[in-house]
Design a protein around this ligand. Structure first.
Ligand code: C5P
Length: 304
């Protein structure tokens, strides 16, 4: 048996997030176009006496280390399915913003699952891994798959999408987090008394991705959760405006927020937008990253 396995997992931005009405189970049907971007968490699992989670990185103090952490849950679910004890130390080197709408928690779930599968030699099929990911959370299957994909259902049913080029992004981290359930509740509240259409993927957006055309993508992006995120976090409007004024092709809230995402035409322009945003005082930190990026990948196996 190997002594430790490390898996690298990307963040995501939603280039389209179409949200339907609340379902009886409380979830919302989505047309969710995910693009993985090159900001990564690295999840390392090592045999231990009992399950333990540790985390390092600038936002590490905001990460729960108990069994609510999706990385811990992933180890527990896989172990239960195989009649094993989840006796591992899961260490997360965190670079993805926490509670930011960039699937950082989902990334750790997918990473721990792939790492435990390799560590324990459980040989789970891709289908079983995706099934466990969907059990862990709506965005977790995409963290495993990476690239670009259309998520339907609650976001967990994936169709892989073609991407014809590299898209350059700037991300602005906010001074505090936003809770995803709270943003969906605000979406419901804002939509009360209106008819909410079925969520459908935008064909111009899928075409823009397939062509690798940043101008066409900028014209087609949309996020139905953005009004709800702005309602709960009005200062984000200032960050979006600062990025647009800095020359971004488009600006939007990433998923349920509060991270905001800015599409740039090329790496030079992304660096300029990043610098201006950083100086604007409208956000806590700024990062650049391009996508698509690969999904969860084993990057190290160290021998026993
Ligand atoms: O699936 P996940 O645990 O990531 O979802 C977190 C929360 O986000 C859910 O409890 C629900 O409130 C909301 N959600 C939703 N519809 C979705 C996905 C998430 O309402 N399709």
């Amino acid at each position: 048996m190997s002594a430790s396995v490390a898996v690298r997992v990307p963040a995501k931005v939603n280039v389209q997030l179409a949200v339907g009405a609340a379902r009886p189970d409380g979830f919302h049907d989505l047309a969710n176009v995910f693009l993985a971007v090159g900001l990564y968490d690295e999840v390392t699992v090592t045999p231990a006496d009992e399950l333990r989670v540790t985390c390092e990185g600038p936002d590490a103090d905001q990460v729960p280390l108990d069994r609510t952490n999706l990385a811990a849950r992933a180890a527990i679910v896989l172990a239960e399915r195989r009649g094993l004890e989840p006796a591992v130390h899961v260490h997360i080197a965190k670079d993805i913003p926490v509670a930011g709408g960039m699937a950082g928690g989902s990334a750790d779930g997918a990473g721990a699952l792939l790492a435990c599968d390799a560590l324990w030699g459980t040989g789970a099929s891709r289908e079983e891994l995706l099934d466990i990911c969907a059990e862990l959370g709506s965005d977790v299957p995409f963290s495993l798959v990476g690239g670009a994909a259309l998520g339907t259902g609650r976001g967990e049913k994936l169709r892989v999408l073609d991407v014809g080029g590299t898209f350059h992004w700037v991300f602005a981290m906010a001074g505090r987090g936003l809770s995803t359930p709270a943003v969906f509740r605000e979406f419901d509240r804002l939509g009360e008394g209106t008819v909410i259409p079925e969520p459908v993927a935008s064909q111009p957006l899928l075409d823009a991705l397939a062509k690798g055309d940043p101008d066409a993508l900028a014209a087609a992006v949309s996020n139905d959760l953005q009004p709800a995120a702005l309602s709960l976090f009005p200062e984000l409007a200032g960050t979006l405006a600062a990025g647009r004024a800095a020359g971004a092709l488009t600006a939007l809230v990433s998923g349920s927020g509060p991270t905001t995402a800015f599409l740039a035409r090329d790496p030079e322009s992304a660096a300029e937008v990043a610098e201006t945003l950083q100086a604007s005082g409208t956000c806590r930190a700024v990062r650049t990253a391009s996508g698509p990026a690969p999904g969860a990948t084993v990057v190290r196996v160290s021998g026993a």
